[in-house]
Design a protein around this ligand. Sequence first.
Ligand code: ADP
Ligand code: MG
Length: 385
Amino acid sequence: MSDPIALQAAANFAAKYGYEASGVWSAPGRVNLIGEHTDYNEGFVLPFAINRRTYAAVSLRGDSQVRVSSTFSSEVVEVELSAINAQSVSGWAAYPLGVVWAVHEKTGSWGSGLDIFIDSDVPVGAGLSSSAAIECAVAVAVNELWNTNLGRRDLARIGQRAENAIVGAPTGIMDQSASMLGELDHAVFLDCRDLTAKSVPLGFAEAGLEILIIDTQVEHRHSEGGYASRRASCELGAATMGVKALRDLTIADLDRAHELLDDVTFRRVRHIVTENQRVLDTVAKLEAEGPRAIGDLLYGSHASMRDDFEISIDELDTAVETALRHGAVGARMTGGGFGGAAIALTPVEIISEVTLAVRAEFEVLGYGEPNIFAVSAAPGAVRVI
Ligand code: ADP
Ligand code: MG
């Protein structure tokens, strides 16, 4: 087995618990190629699983205790299976323990106790969903060791349930869907209304392209208030237009929206409506023409978030414009906004040129140092050892 972090997780498990893990399971982080703030409007998103993964080395125990530990901290968190709830667990351990709890909630029974050790190379808080990676790695492990035979879509829901009910974060299903359903060089096209998912070929490898992640390292400033007010505008827009969700509007409805809505609400609505169309157009172009044809859609998404949804910041705009000036095929901010990362679809041969150019521009403008690295589209959660 050549996966170094998987071996390291197994070795760390043995050192921590004094016996060998029965297996190691892993699941990827994800990046959203296009489709931002469309999820809670019952629209479309197009994330892909990345080649940064979280590993869970796991064994069954003979009793009903669960122990979890991680390279994150030296503590071992130990709890009785039936005592796991939102009050009894907190911090990072709520992610893996929440998953154990959610498998029980779904199946109605507990398996034996577990020892779990977590290792990872998914950066935390960079918008790459280290949380979905840890949830999905533990979900596939528990599913196999407890013989619960849940399918990948159910396991994605289990990750979301853990995050909503035990961690206490009101997140959607996108991240876990990408981490569970990802395939090599494919994206996951997800309809957030009926939760149907389809694998879409990206063709990045054949076209010599990679996605450069430009993490501005700016913490999501004012993101809570900003997020709540964007959601409220979307709800107001849908109610005024007489639809269940903005998903139900198309570009042909925008003239009427312009007449009925105040300026700010109209621009928020226009972002969602055009973004949904851009996701559909991206899928169509990837299938018909390949990835070099999606550059304008990526930039269109960025401009819409900057001007209509107003969730970009100077660092993200600079990252996008600099990458494009130096030859990226397309670029956009990704994630919720007010900080975080941009992505740039970049020919492999100019990755270092673009990286250096963005770094230099950030320095000139006095911004903090960005963290820049390339990712490719990788397979979803799997047993590795
Ligand atoms: P992200 O955008 O990376 O998903 P979140 O705040 O949603 O950010 O989730 C990050 C949290 O997930 C961390 O603060 C930690 O509690 C947990 N986590 C992620 N990876 C690990 C890991 N390898 N070991 C322990 N906890 C982890
Ligand atoms: Mg997360």
